[in-house]
Design a protein around this ligand. Structure first.
Ligand SMILES: [Zn+2]
Length: 396
């Protein structure tokens, strides 16, 4: 069942609601448009929770491991050239993917990093730790002025300030693979782990539309809710300003035989286990402090603005970072649903006033205007304005 009306229901196993949007191709994303959402079955269980069960009971992981060996055998270079591109920040998941491909499957990975908006100290040091752990790395940092503009456009137009970053992260692997003549690209998990349609988990590769989504020579393509034509005509951007965001075209991807795979198809994806793996086998270090908007210390550590991405999800869908973290931990039996509910209620809507200055400065939008834009994205079926401020109407 997809969410056809504004009724808010919560999964009976984890803590996500039926408002959670599923991944779409950003160039087609427009403000106010209703996006497809996570499906719930007749027992009120979300697709991500059903998938968590299937992972334990139905998938033959030994068979999947064999498929991974076969895939690597087909791509492994004989002369020591790079044979797989691993987009990696130095977080636990990408460290795990890069390390396992190199150590267990004898691949020669090139790691590529799409820089965060503003590095945290932990993020910077883990990026160094990735290199120190035995990996070549190419860091791609988009022009600060252009990325600032994109971030503020995406915030104002879509309420999704992280969209340009996410698009960049998703296309950087295929783009660098093209440049280096590598065919295989490995990302971590399919978002279907967290609530996209369950069927997606049975496909090892990324939907090509997702990494061919921003062709800077197509005037109708959009980033930050703004077409290439308007980026040039109204925002004064040149082609060279955009080039770092350019994705391969479907024709280029085909001609270069690009294959973009998810490790979560081949090996059972458990974020906590990736954390333990990265701690044991690489130089990854967790954050000394908990993540704003949640309670964890091991996820999303790289970017000083990442809290704002989850905060906008809380505004638009009533689900923030604690919901994402806690749901995932319920599914892997790390915490109970009761604990998850308590954590969500305590942390989910946390607004870190102390980081507001960084954000306003980064986007070059004054604080009052930021609040105004935030409020314009509160859907009436989720939020009520009272004399004491905004109140969320539905919380788990
Ligand atoms: Zn669920």
């Amino acid at each position: 069942m997809n969410n056809q009306d504004d009724t808010v229901r919560f999964c009976t196993r984890c803590v996500i609601s039926n408002l959670r949007p599923t991944t779409t191709v950003e160039s087609k994303h427009v403000r106010g448009e209703k996006k497809p959402t996570t499906r719930f079955d007749e027992n009120g269980v979300c697709d991500a929770c059903r998938w968590a069960e299937i992972k334990e009971t139905e998938i033959d992981w030994a068979q999947r491991e064999q498929e991974l060996y076969d895939l690597c055998d087909r791509h492994r270079s004989r002369n020591g050239d790079y044979d797989v591109v691993v987009p990696a920040s130095g977080g636990k998941d990408s460290m795990y993917v890069a390390h396992i491909l190199k150590s267990k499957f004898s691949m020669n990975p090139l790691t590529v990093t799409w820089a965060p908006h503003i590095w945290t100290e932990t993020g910077l040091s883990n990026h160094q730790n990735l290199i120190k752990s035995g990996f070549d790395n190419i860091l791609i940092s988009p022009n600060g002025e252009v990325h600032r503009k994109f971030t503020s456009l995406a915030f104002e137009n879509l309420g999704h300030p992280f969209q340009p970053f996410i698009v960049g992260q998703r296309t950087v692997g295929p783009r660098m693979a093209l440049q280096y003549g590598v065919e295989l690209i490995f990302y971590g998990e399919n978002v279907a782990e967290y609530g996209n349609n369950i069927e997606d988990n049975y496909i090892p590769t990324m939907d090509q539309n997702l990494y061919t989504c921003f062709n800077i020579d197509d005037p109708e393509m959009k980033l930050g809710g703004t077409s290439v034509r308007d980026l040039k005509d109204k925002h004064g951007m040149s082609r060279s300003d955009l080039i770092v965001y350019n994705s391969p075209t479907p024709e280029q991807a085909k001609a270069a035989s690009l294959e973009v795979h998810y490790m979560s198809y081949y090996r059972k994806w458990v974020p906590q286990e990736n954390f333990y793996y990265a701690m044991k086998n690489t130089r990854f270090e967790p954050s000394p402090t908990r993540t704003t908007g949640s309670y964890s210390k091991y996820s999303g550590l790289d970017d000083k603005l990442e809290w704002f991405h989850y905060y906008m999800m809380f505004i638009k869908f009533g689900m923030g970072r604690a919901t994402a973290d806690a749901s995932q931990e319920v599914r892997t039996d790390k915490i109970t649903r009761e604990e998850a509910v308590a954590l969500v209620r305590q942390y989910d809507g946390e607004f870190p006033i102390q980081h507001m200055g960084d954000l306003a400065e980064y986007m070059d939008i004054d604080e009052d205007r930021i609040y105004e834009i935030v409020d314009s994205f509160r859907p009436p079926h989720l939020w009520e304005k009272t004399p004491n401020g905004w109140i969320i109407k539905h919380q788990v």
